[in-house]
Design a protein around this ligand. Structure first.
Ligand SMILES: C[S@@+](CC[C@H](N)C(=O)[O-])C[C@H]1O[C@@H](n2cnc3c(N)ncnc32)[C@H](O)[C@@H]1O
Length: 276
């Protein structure tokens, strides 16, 4: 038991160090095509409205955070990589709408009050959480901080195609840990925590099939094809990412509307809380 805990800690430490080291370059690793399709899909699903309280769990350098603040939301970004949060702060600094509050914390142990967010989003983080027990902890934490009726949007790596070609679900790429879900396993795991309706779509259906320069060059034609496949069951097989949308129904909440559940959070914050 102790050895397993140490192993989880070690995997998380390595990820944190790597994210800190590569924070400034993170965006360069993502192609324009992937960026466009993924962000559009995430924003479509979350549908941010001015004044809403939204948690971006594992916000990283702020690809999604930026769009939420831009939409006039009160955004809390949580990540354990201090350097990524610095990039996120910098990226959002020119916006003159919304509010942003950044916190260094583990998404499996959030220093935030129960029932304080209208929506939570977590893109490409879930696959990096080592062990099913930790991933369930993360889901319980996201469920806890959502208001009743609150929505979760979560994207994670799709295993289906790799399963067919005999690859492993659980891998390391350098220092980084990855666990991949297929549609059925993901639905099962989410349903152990979220009792509302669960919708799963497959996004980025073409990136494993066509070279990046072709995707970028012909994006005008390829993005609509990609989006069309998203609406079919083929996407559960083809897609690079599975995107979950679910709702918190059951709740026992008493909250005065404030999300800050840890008196020390201010000390853990990056930069100043920005009120705009
Ligand atoms: C692939 S990046 C995705 C960042 C961002 N959501 C996006 O879509 O651009 C994964 C992020 O999750 C963060 N992360 C991974 N495990 C975490 C944990 N247990 N607690 C907090 N952040 C974590 C990493 O530091 C990294 O910034």
């Amino acid at each position: 038991m102790e050895r397993r805990k140490d192993r989880v800690k070690e995997i998380k430490m390595k990820e944190m160090e790597q994210r800190n080291r590569l924070a400034k370059e993170y965006d360069k690793f993502i192609s324009d095509y992937q960026h466009k399709v993924e962000i559009a899909s995430a924003i479509d699903e979350i549908n941010p409205k001015e004044g809403e309280y939204i948690l971006d769990a594992g916000c990283g350098t702020g690809r999604i955070t930026y769009r939420l603040v831009e939409a006039g939301c009160n955004v809390v970004g949580v990540d354990f990589s201090k350097e990524s949060l610095k990039v996120c702060r910098q990226r959002c600094s020119a916006l003159n709408k919304g509010n942003l509050h950044l916190i260094i914390a583990d998404v499996c142990n959030l220093p935030l009050k129960d029932c304080s967010f209208d929506k939570c989003i977590s893109t490409e983080v879930f696959e990096q959480i080592p062990t099913e027990e930790e991933r369930l902890k993360m889901l319980h934490e996201l469920h806890r901080v959502l208001k009743p009726g609150g929505k979760l949007i979560l994207t994670t790596y799709n295993y289906s195609l790799r399963k067919i070609i005999g690859r492993k679900r659980e891998t390391f790429s350098g220092e980084l840990y990855f666990y991949r879900y297929d549609y059925f396993k993901l639905k099962h795991t989410i349903s152990t925590v979220f009792d509302g309706k669960i919708k799963i779509i497959g996004i980025l259906n073409l990136i494993h099939w066509l070279p990046v320069n072709m995707l970028n060059k012909f994006e005008k034609f390829l993005i609509p094809i990609d989006k069309f496949i998203e609406k079919t069951p083929f996407s559960y097989l083809l897609a690079h990412l599975l995107s979950v949308k679910c709702e918190k129904i059951r709740a026992n909440c008493e909250n005065n509307g404030d999300f800050n559940g840890d008196k020390n959070t201010k000390e853990k914050q990056i930069g100043e809380e920005t009120e705009r």
